[in-house]
Write a protein that binds this ligand. Structure first.
Ligand SMILES: [Zn+2]
Length: 218
């Protein structure tokens, strides 16, 4: 098996137990970068993914959701994107609430979503910042996919990422609410992002140790 974040190859004994077993689903954990990922045979189909996203309650009028997004903007966007800079909201979902909030602040914003805003010309950079808000946990091949996304960054541009960090303990992981969404297929931690940044040739500008990361292209 090859870790989809750091690329570590590991011969696996098929009889060895997974790091965590939840009902019939096996999760593996990379011994080098601690990335936790779902058995590749259990990845959701695109149809299952889309159906699940439509259940997400991302109501633009919900003050709780707006303040959750504002918190991300304050922490991961404002300190890093220049005024009126170009931003891509990657994985904007059924309703591009984050993109709207960023436009309200004067940024020039494009939104792309493979299911709900699939016009690939929106991905044409260069961007000063690409926001991946609750996207990384859906990626089956994070290194490969983020490398492709990061190609649209301007020199010195940032990837601003929010995804919940995985619990260290498999017992806590088994009962973790964030894992229960069947489209959440991979879970990071600080070591995973450090490894990912190294492999992407990027540096870590911000890591809050919990859920928010900003990586800078060199
Ligand atoms: Zn790894």
């Amino acid at each position: 098996m090859t870790c989809p974040v750091c690329g570590r190859r590991e011969p696996r004994n098929p009889d060895a137990p997974p790091w965590a077993l939840v009902r019939d689903a096996s999760y593996f954990r990379c011994p080098r970068c601690s990335y936790v990922y779902l058995d590749r045979n259990l990845l959701p189909t695109p149809e299952e993914e889309k159906a699940r996203y439509l259940l997400h309650r991302n109501d633009p009028e919900d003050p709780g959701y707006r303040s959750y997004l504002e918190d991300f903007i304050r922490k991961a966007v404002l300190p890093f994107a220049p005024p009126e800079g170009r931003i891509l909201d990657f994985g904007s979902g059924p309703v591009p609430v984050l993109a709207r909030l960023l436009s309200d602040r004067g940024y020039r914003v494009s939104a792309y979503d493979p299911f709900f805003a699939p016009d690939r010309t929106a991905r044409t950079g260069p961007f000063d910042l690409i926001a991946l808000h609750e996207v990384a946990e859906h990626l089956a091949r994070p290194y490969f996919e983020l490398a492709r996304i990061a190609r649209a960054l301007a020199p010195g541009g940032r990837l601003a990422i929010r995804t919940r960090f995985a619990p260290e303990d498999p017992g806590d992981f088994r009962t973790w609410w964030y894992r229960e969404d069947p489209t959440h297929v991979g879970f990071f931690g600080s070591r995973s992002f450090a490894a990912l940044a190294g492999r992407l040739g990027m540096s870590v500008d911000l890591d809050d140790g919990r859920e928010t990361l900003v990586l800078r292209s060199l």
